[in-house]
Design a protein around this ligand. Structure first.
Ligand code: ATP
Ligand code: MG
Length: 457
């Protein structure tokens, strides 16, 4: 090796030491994000609220697989919908079968209803879910490529009272989450297939000659499914939509009566609503009642949740004709709304005690002590590293624990431990055998976190 080569090796080694030449740190792909502990407090709270409300109403939880045959979603949601035309994560498995990551839950649940003969159960079948969805959406605030949804479905019966009851359940959940007052219910009736087909022709006539104002995407919608234009996010189309023919002039008498009855029940229940004749929703399987909850200041761009009736979907997927209604809300959008409303989430995660130690002998004592404290329902963190007492106490301060247990060389020798009140700064020395009892006394029996396998889930 000549001198120049030797210098290169030295330079490379030095580069290594100063971080150069390392693999650049990985980032998440665009549009997906970690749910960090701070947001998990919100997630846990939301799950608690929805489980409680669903339990009260007799719903049972269901989880369908993360992926399905692509056809399940294509047939349900519709070829011309945003989801199917551009948002699905579709791939082939090793045998060349086309599979798709679940972009929404309803189609999969209806597939499951048919596959598992749920029509044999007492009807309606009431199901709820909490799970991630995947859509190749344009990432921005409140719009991700993996996001979580809570939702529920009522399958097997049709009556305007069921629609009102579904909306009420959503409303109650928003109430428990502290965001009901900031959301406004938008509601519409999109009728049945026959009247929608006539209406689609009227929309086509209206837009013919106005193509130059439409984006390429909306021109495609005009050709394939003019109703989708009403769901457009393009500004010019939104303006044109305001003067477009209204569905109320094409709705059948039965649908109008159904709609009026839903509204009457809502009024009786004291639920405020805005009738929104351009609300069509992004999925083709809906009929009759459709609804969304919007933050009034943000409008359609930030629908927190929505749903509707989908009486034709079961048949579309190969089952018997079965009426149904469902609702789904985006958990990330709910969390954002809770944060905007400054909703505080109660957490049970706060620690009770921090155990600090010094030396190997102390550690030997601390390991079983920490275990015993936890067994007795004391939420305990043990600093089992090599830091000095002072540094360990600084960390304890950061965790805002009310008490510290300290075991140093003297305490090991004398078989004692120090219990320090972190708020007041006072401390007492107690015999080692009394530590658990003394800590329990200070924390209070009612605050202990004890696992009881007999607790109902
Ligand atoms: P949008 O019109 O905002 O695209 P959507 O009509 O596609 O919504 P739905 O399919 O009805 O939405 O899904 C129900 C809820 O799921 C929405 O109200 C929203 O809260 C949430 N949601 C939908 N897409 C996303 C996404 N890409 N990121 C985060 N949440 C989403
Ligand atoms: Mg969408």
């Amino acid at each position: 090796m000549n001198q120049e080569e030797q210098l290169n090796v030295v330079a490379e080694e030095e580069g290594d030491a100063s971080n150069e030449g390392r693999v650049p740190p990985f980032q998440t792909p665009k549009g997906v994000h970690d749910i960090l502990p701070i947001d998990h407090d919100f997630f846990t709270f939301i799950k608690k609220v929805v489980r409680h409300r669903c339990r009260q109403a007799g719903y049972k939880r269901i989880t369908t697989p993360m992926f399905e045959f692509t056809e399940v979603f294509k047939r349900s949601i519709g070829d011309t919908s945003d989801i199917v035309s551009k948002e699905m994560y579709t791939f082939q498995d090793r045998k060349g079968r086309s599979l798709t990551l679940k972009p929404e839950a309803t189609a999969a649940i209806v597939r499951s209803y048919i596959q598992n003969n749920m029509s044999q159960l007492p009807q309606p079948v009431e199901l709820y879910y909490i799970e991630p969805n995947f859509r190749y959406d344009r990432p921005q605030a409140g719009r991700y490529r993996q996001f979580w949804q809570f939702g529920f479905e009522v399958i097997g019966e049709s009556d305007p009272a069921l629609d009102a009851q579904a909306i009420l359940l959503a409303q109650r959940i928003f109430g428990d989450l502290g965001i009901a007052d900031s959301l406004k219910l938008q509601i519409n009736n999109i009728g049945d297939m026959a009247s929608r087909a006539v209406y689609a022709e009227a929309l086509k006539d209206y837009y013919c000659g106005k193509e130059r104002y439409l984006s390429e995407e909306d021109r495609g919608r005009l050709l394939k499914n003019p109703l989708r234009l009403l769901d457009s996010k393009h500004e010019d189309t939104i303006i044109l939509n305001q003067s477009a023919p209204k569905f109320k002039d094409y709705i059948s008498k039965e649908s109008q009566e159904f709609h009026d009855e839903v509204l009457e029940y809502l009024t009786d229940l004291g639920i405020g609503y805005t009738e929104n004749p351009t609300l069509v929703r992004g999925l083709d399987y809906y009929n009759q009642t459709v609804f969304e909850f919007w933050d009034e200041k943000k409008g359609a761009q930030n629908s927190v949740g929505g749903g509707g009736r989908y009486d034709g979907l079961t048949e579309l997927l190969g089952g018997q004709p079965t009426p149904a209604i469902g609702f789904a809300m985006g958990m990330e959008r709910v969390i954002a709304q809770m944060k905007r409303n400054k909703v505080r989430v109660p957490s049970k995660d706060d620690l009770h005690v921090f155990v600090a130690q010094l030396g190997r002998e102390a550690k030997k004592i601390c390991l079983p002590l920490i275990d015993q404290l936890r067994e007795n329902g004391i939420k305990t963190m043990g600093a089992l590293g090599k830091g000095a007492f002072k540094n360990q106490l600084k960390i304890a301060d950061k965790f805002k624990v009310p008490y510290c247990v300290l075991i140093g060389l003297t305490e090991v020798r004398e078989k004692t431990a120090i219990i320090r009140n972190m708020k007041v700064g006072t401390q007492v020395t107690v015999p080692f055998s009394k530590v658990v009892e003394e800590v329990v006394k200070r924390i209070g029996k009612e605050n202990l976190d004890v696992y009881d396998p007999k607790d109902p889930i």
